[in-house]
Design a protein. Structure first.
Length: 31
């Protein structure tokens, strides 16, 4: 099961960026 379509570095970078943005928004709202 070598699916590089879902586990490429670009996709992971986008997911991490989205998580950081969501964390920032939540912190801003709770503050």
């Amino acid at each position: 099961m070598k699916n590089k379509k879902y586990f490429n570095p670009g996709f992971i970078s986008i997911v991490i960026a989205l998580l950081i943005i969501l964390y920032g928004l939540i912190s801003y709202v709770l503050h």
